[in-house]
Design a protein around this ligand. Structure first.
Ligand SMILES: CC(C)(COP(=O)(O)OP(=O)(O)OC[C@H]1O[C@@H](n2cnc3c(N)ncnc32)[C@H](O)[C@@H]1OP(=O)(O)O)[C@@H](O)C(=O)NCCC(=O)NCCS
Length: 181
């Protein structure tokens, strides 16, 4: 994969055209706004820290480098000029080189339009073509939409990590889910 490679244009359920491509170093502002939106919302993701330009430049430089090395599959979804979703599969190392860890987020106002499922469909297709044999992920136990989507793709729950995240209501378990390719 190359940075800024157009993968497809996806028609969302509301009719909007969403461009899906690989990220590029020019995406610093867009990705920072996207992730900070999730943090502001208190989304059920592992990070609750806002990014700044410096941290985002470092994150993106690492991401682009790993894409070029074949250690990362990453996609962004763009509506107009705005990054509205990011999804990735990060390759393990050594004996786990065939194992990818999936992460995904869609900006709140773009959810339930099919974008998340389209990104996962593409990630799985790309992972298959790049020799991955297992995709794993962790999801907080109260994250019903995400669990619903993962099950639709055939992910199965293989374990529980107790008290994995601290939320306003207290500790939350995380489920481990896996998909064998
Ligand atoms: C999980 C997430 C990526 C899904 O993205 P999305 O673009 O909304 O996904 P889609 O529109 O393709 O599909 C959403 C599905 O969830 C379902 N859904 C919505 N709310 C739901 C709920 N409360 N309980 C169960 N299912 C729900 C929808 O009906 C739809 O399923 P369907 O196609 O079978 O009808 C998105 O909700 C998100 O970014 N959440 C915040 C960040 C996050 O949780 N990331 C994952 C961390 S593991």
């Amino acid at each position: 994969m190359q940075p800024k490679q157009l993968i497809e244009t996806y028609k969302a359920k509301d009719g909007r055209n969403i461009e899906i491509r690989t990220p590029d170093c020019e995406d610093v502002e867009g990705l920072m706004n996207y992730i900070n939106g999730l943090v502001d919302e208190g989304a059920p993701i592992s990070t609750n820290e806002k990014q700044n330009h410096i941290s985002e430049i470092q994150y993106l430089a690492d991401e682009v480098q790993k894409i070029l090395e074949g250690k990362l599959i990453a996609l962004v979804a763009i509506s107009g000029q705005k990054i509205v979703a990011h999804a990735e599969i990060r390759r393990g190392s050594g004996r786990a080189s065939h194992v990818g860890t999936l992460g995904i987020g869609v900006a709140k106002e773009y959810r339930d339009l099919g974008i998340g499922q389209e990104l996962i469909r593409l990630l799985i297709k790309l992972a298959n073509s790049q020799g991955y044999r297992l995709i794993k992920l962790e999801v907080y136990a109260h994250n019903a939409p995400a669990i619903h989507v993962y099950r639709k793709f055939g992910f199965v729950e293989t374990g529980v990590i107790p008290k994995m995240g601290l939320f306003a209501n207290g500790y939350e378990d995380a489920l481990i889910m896996c998909l064998e390719l």
